[in-house]
Design a protein around this ligand. Structure first.
Ligand SMILES: [Cu+2]
Length: 474
């Protein structure tokens, strides 16, 4: 049925142009160009999985896979995803980073009702702009149970300046049935037992503390079972590095090579070489390297989280015989490119030279003798919304007064990262920014996509413990 309808739309309205029929009847066209519809079916269900190392266990999956299947389309095409929920609880899908229309944003009780067990929901939106994105469940702790996958929007006209491309999902795993929710807790639950949760909150409703992870996987495989990146000498290789982890920041380095950063959160930057790449939860980096050092190497990470183990990705030159890949050394003197070294390409997204019209201060705290994480002392959902007016230029100033880094994510918008030391037109665009302990960071964006937009820390356990609020305008 839908096939017929889609074919019909494609045949008649694909170009968004009215068709003239004999007799002068003009078939009505849609008001704007409608790209080709790319339809995907995602079944959310428990599935027995194995990460190559460690036990078989029950994860929560899309189509029985971890990570979920890659969605890859061209800019301007229409993504239609039919989600069917076979899980024992409500679910949704969020298109992390894509400025979708608000009703498609997938946040339960903010933009839609949770999709109940046995029910379906159809997400449909235009794939724009080109870039590297994630899709994931935004319900409860499902992100840390395996419900995520890569979403790649290719430019309509590929500029193909590289020879091969790999998508790398960096995943923190609790290799136990139901994943993160059943993990041993690193910080003793005794605290919670003593407090009984927040006043008036039964302990069973109290938020979970961060788990101790026991596996770091790349595309669902733990080293040494990670599928190697295989290159020919002379190749220019593009890596799309995505961090769908729930509570782990990775600091990556590659033995024998330098990485060139070309995009952050899907947005282009002036290419810059680095030895070290730091990537927080919800962030994405596109990096390139030239395969000019034949051998067998590792791209590996020191992680900042509560787990044990290492994340490693083998890079093997074809014809290399060595059995043991060479590890990168994290030594002083390595070049570490931070946000403040990155410059936008100035691709027409230049922030206005006008001063921002509205300012919100967001103080991030928690973690000390409390299971709750707060913005301005408030615990979501009992948190004040951030009302704005359509068309306004908004600035949000974060001040992290805690001892943990917080990757802050705004739905529905790209923002510019305020960098007072450089011209405005070079401020980079992102959708997720790590705010380090005791650091102040400001972002600025145009309120050009009306709705109720979730705004939160992308540490899942901080978000679930209250570090969230909602930006609202119509
Ligand atoms: Cu946080």
């Amino acid at each position: 049925m839908s096939m017929t309808r889609r074919t019909f739309i494609k045949a008649t309205l694909g170009a968004g142009v009215g068709l003239s029929f004999p007799g002068g009847f003009v078939f009505p066209s849609r008001s704007r160009a409608q790209g080709k519809v790319r339809e995907y079916h995602l079944f959310a269900s428990r599935a027995r999985i194995n990460l190559g190392v460690g036990p078989d266990f029950w994860a929560w999956t899309y189509n029985g896979l971890v990570p979920g299947p890659e969605i890859r389309v061209k800019e301007g095409e229409v993504i239609r995803v039919i989600l069917k929920n076979y899980l024992p609880e409500e679910t949704t899908i969020h298109w992390h980073g894509v400025p979708v229309p608000n009703p498609m944003d997938g946040v339960p009780d903010v933009t839609q009702k949770g999709v109940r067990p046995g029910e379906s929901f159809v997400y449909e939106f235009e794939a724009r702009p080109a870039g590297t994105y994630l899709y994931h469940s935004h319900a409860r702790y499902q992100l840390d149970q395996g419900l995520y996958g890569p979403l790649i929007i290719e430019p309509a006209n590929m500029t193909g300046a590289y020879d091969r491309e790999y998508t790398l999902m960096l995943e923190d795993w609790v290799m136990m049935d139901e994943g993160g929710v059943s993990a041993p807790r690193k910080r003793a639950n005794i605290l919670m037992g003593m407090m009984g949760g927040r006043e008036g909150t039964p302990p069973s409703r109290a938020p979970l503390l961060e788990p101790g992870y026991d596996g770091y996987a790349v595309n669902g495989r733990v080293y040494p079972e990670v599928v190697p990146i295989t290159v020919n000498q002379g190749d220019k290789v593009k890596l799309r590095v995505l961090n769908p982890s729930s509570a782990t920041i990775y600091t990556l380095s590659m033995a024998g090579h330098r990485l060139t950063i070309t995009h952050t959160d899907g947005r282009p930057v002036k290419p810059v070489e680095t030895d070290v790449l730091r990537i927080g939860m919800g962030e994405r980096y596109d990096v390139e390297f030239v395969a000019n050092n034949p051998g067998y190497w590792l791209l590996a990470a020191m992680e900042q989280g509560l787990g044990e183990g290492e994340l490693r990705i083998p890079i093997r030159y074809k014809g290399t015989l060595s059995k043991e890949p060479v590890k990168p050394l994290f030594r002083p003197g390595l070049r570490f490119v931070s946000y403040w070294d990155l410059r936008s390409l100035g691709s027409g997204d230049t922030p206005s030279s006008e001063a921002p019209e509205r300012f919100y201060s967001q103080v991030l705290s928690g973690g000390m003798r409390s299971p709750y994480w707060t913005i301005n002392g408030q615990v979501y959902p009992e948190a004040d919304p951030l009302p704005v007016t359509k068309g306004e230029r908004i600035r949000i100033g974060y001040w992290n007064r805690s001892m943990k880094p917080h990757p802050m994510h705004l739905h529905g918008h790209f923002f510019h990262l305020v960098n007072p030391d450089v011209p405005k037109e070079t401020w980079i665009q992102k959708d997720t920014v790590i705010v380090n302990p005791m650091e102040k960071v400001e972002i600025e964006f145009l309120a050009d996509n009306p709705g109720k937009w979730f705004h939160h820390c992308h540490n899942l356990y901080h978000m679930m413990a209250g570090m969230a609020n909602v930006l609202v305008y119509y």
